[in-house]
Design a protein around this ligand. Structure first.
Ligand SMILES: Cc1cc2nc3c(=O)[nH]c(=O)nc-3n(C[C@H](O)[C@H](O)[C@H](O)COP(=O)(O)OP(=O)(O)OC[C@H]3O[C@@H](n4cnc5c(N)ncnc54)[C@H](O)[C@@H]3O)c2cc1C
Ligand SMILES: *[C@@H]1O[C@H](CO)[C@@H](O)[C@H](O)[C@H]1NC(C)=O
Ligand SMILES: *[C@@H]1O[C@H](CO)[C@@H](O)[C@H](O)[C@H]1NC(C)=O
Ligand SMILES: *[C@@H]1O[C@H](CO)[C@@H](O)[C@H](O)[C@H]1NC(C)=O
Ligand SMILES: *[C@@H]1O[C@H](CO)[C@@H](O)[C@H](O)[C@H]1NC(C)=O
Length: 523
């Protein structure tokens, strides 16, 4: 052991010297990490020793939160001298988008962020943005005939009602969600230490073992029954929550379920001025060039024994192509998702199976028909958000009184009898009759049809790969485990670390087993 330790000292010196050349943060290592350390230093010495230059040009396809975040993280890893081009034919933000009603702006896409979504929290801090002021409101669940659950002003009474209706199910659900969130949060520690995963399965496994992998396959209903949540609670409460967030039934994978249930527990926030400010801010900070063009194809391009990527793109001003050392695809790659073709790849690269679930948001400025929910007197309608149970006769998933993206100190919600701005989530566009049912009258309706999330029943139960080729990466596949702003940010950081670790052959920072234990020993 003496011998080993003295060796370790020698190597440690080299290790630091070596890591310094890449300006890469490392934490203190101790003797227990002896073996990986040895391995690592051999690689440092033979592989990325000084001579390995960082990539010169990186292309990012898509400027949603995934693409914006990966541009930022890539620059953090590779340094400011790397040129990063971000291709986006639409508006920056992708599914983070706003629209205007009556001179005020509202979120039309992705609306809320969990307080434990630490990458989103970091971005907001880094960019000097703020959380939007909170405006209290109450939720109820509607089954097509009556409200089956009503939130009140008084927290204890809410707890009591849940207890009365659903007993221990409610507590079991909370414990389940908390335990999984706690494990999920290990990712931040791993990433802070520079660890990356070569596939979504590896990532999930490192967080919660085989159980987490199973959770990306098995339905939320099945998993909840297993931990002792009752069928009634699942049908009346869980179904409504999942339908309101993912527009899909209880067959969605458990991991997807946890994400929306964590949201339903409260502690949600949004960015003052609009969530898409995060995307804009990150791209500006990175000084990435945003190119307003659609990427149509990616081909291999070999010169001087190096494999590069030729990116074809088109815009109103015509077609073009450019050569890159590395390409990150940050847009869904199922059929029709992004329409990018792959040429000359061996084995052939192609689009992945599955489809995306369409969800329609209708932002209506009008007078809610509270009679429909059993409140003939509009003034007395106390709710700001109504979720729907999984009743096939119901034509909407949720109806919510929304606040503008800027909430000033004196802001108050409209009284229930006043005209207000409501966001309705539905499977299909609402017809006139349906609008007439929900609203006594209205001034305007703005409809957006989103390819919102993976349609979880539509593909084999495998998550698409992250590494498509040597330096060609796919970020959005993580949505098949769960889709949210934070999942895209987690995937962005993972892709940046993976690209960096592979470029400089830091194998020991990829797919490390038993990371939780190893990192504990390091502290
Ligand atoms: C209605 C709705 C509500 C939601 N609510 C929430 C919520 O409350 N909380 C939450 O966390 N998540 C929510 N989500 C999910 C969240 O919006 C997504 O998970 C997240 O925004 C995905 O970001 P992304 O960058 O990975 O993809 P996207 O935002 O889809 O970005 C991909 C970008 O790539 C561009 N692109 C496509 N094809 C090409 C091409 N060929 N070349 C170049 N660019 C291309 C697109 O224009 C797009 O801008 C919601 C989604 C919807 C639709
Ligand atoms: C995961 O699923 C497999 C097969 O369905 C099962 O055999 C295994 O026990 C499960 N593991 C855990 C930890 O739930
Ligand atoms: C809304 O908030 C953003 C971000 O804080 C700010 O830049 C913008 O000026 C605000 N707009 C209005 C109309 O208050
Ligand atoms: C891809 O092409 C199909 C067929 O032309 C089209 O319907 C679809 O909207 C395109 N997808 C995107 C994201 O542009
Ligand atoms: C409102 O809801 C009631 C009850 O469902 C319904 O009879 C009525 O037609 C709806 N529309 C209006 C405009 O009142």
């Amino acid at each position: 052991m003496e011998f080993a330790v003295s060796h370790l000292q020698t190597y440690r010196g080299k290790y630091w010297g070596c890591s310094d050349t890449h300006g890469h943060e490392r934490s203190r290592l101790d003797q227990l990490n002896f073996l990986p350390l040895l391995l690592l230093c051999t690689m440092c010495v033979t592989g990325a020793q000084g001579d390995a230059a960082p990539p010169e040009r990186i292309a990012v396809v898509g400027a949603g939160i995934g693409g914006s975040a990966v541009a930022h993280f890539l620059q953090q890893q590779f340094g400011t001298q790397v040129q990063i081009d971000v291709y986006e034919p639409g508006s920056i933000g992708g599914r983070l988008a706003t629209l205007t009603v009556n001179n005020q702006h509202y979120e039309s896409g992705s609306a809320s962020i969990h307080s434990l979504n630490l990458h989103m929290q970091d971005f907001v801090k880094l960019l000097g943005l703020k959380h939007r002021r909170e405006v209290a409101g109450k939720t109820a669940i509607f089954n097509g005939e009556r409200l089956v659950l009503e939130e009140t002003d008084w927290y204890l009474l809410n707890l009591f009602r849940l207890w009365w209706h659903y007993g221990i199910s409610f507590l079991r659900l909370q414990m389940w969600v908390e335990e999984i969130m706690e494990k999920f949060m290990r990712i931040y520690k791993y990433q802070a230490h520079g660890h990356a995963f070569s596939s979504v399965e590896e990532l999930l496994h490192s967080l919660g073992g085989e159980r987490f992998i199973n959770m990306s396959h098995r339905s939320v209903a099945e998993s909840l029954l297993e931990v002792g949540v009752t069928q009634r609670f699942i049908d009346e409460v869980i179904a409504a929550v999942i339908r309101a967030s993912y527009g899909q039934p209880l067959t969605v994978p458990a991991f997807v379920g946890v994400m929306s249930l964590a949201g339903a527990q409260g502690n949600m926030w949004a960015v003052e001025g609009g969530n898409k400010l995060v995307c804009r801010g990150l791209l500006k900070l990175t000084k990435a060039s945003v190119i307003h063009a659609r990427v149509t194809g990616i081909a291999l391009h070999s010169t001087e024994g190096k494999t590069l990527y030729k990116l074809r793109h088109e815009s109103d001003s015509g077609h073009g192509s450019d050569i890159y050392d590395m390409v990150i695809i940050a847009t869904p790659l199922h059929q029709g998702g992004s329409n990018i073709s792959f040429e000359d790849f061996e084995p052939p690269a192609k689009e992945f199976p599955g489809t995306y679930h369409h969800m329609v948001t209708s932002v209506v400025h009008g007078y809610l028909n509270s009679s429909y929910f059993g409140f003939p007197e509009p003034k007395l309608f106390p709710f700001t958000s109504i979720l729907a149970t999984d009743n096939p006769d119901l034509f909407f998933n949720s109806v919510e009184n929304i606040c503008p993206i800027n909430v000033s100190v004196g802001f108050r919600r409209k009284q229930p009898q006043e005209a207000a701005v409501w966001k309705i989530l539905s499977q299909r566009p609402l017809d006139r009759q349906q609008l007439k049912t929900l609203f006594r009258s209205y001034y305007s309706v703005q409809v957006t049809d989103w390819a919102a999330y993976p349609h979880y029943g539509s593909a084999p139960k495998e998550v698409p790969p992250i590494i498509l080729h040597d330096n060609l990466y796919y970020l959005s596949g993580i949505e098949w485990a769960a889709s949210s702003m934070e999942m895209s940010a987690v995937a962005a950081k993972n892709v940046a670390l993976l690209a960096f670790n592979r470029w400089f052959q830091h194998q020991e920072k990829i797919d490390q087993k038993d990371l939780m234990h190893k990192l504990k020993m390091e502290l």
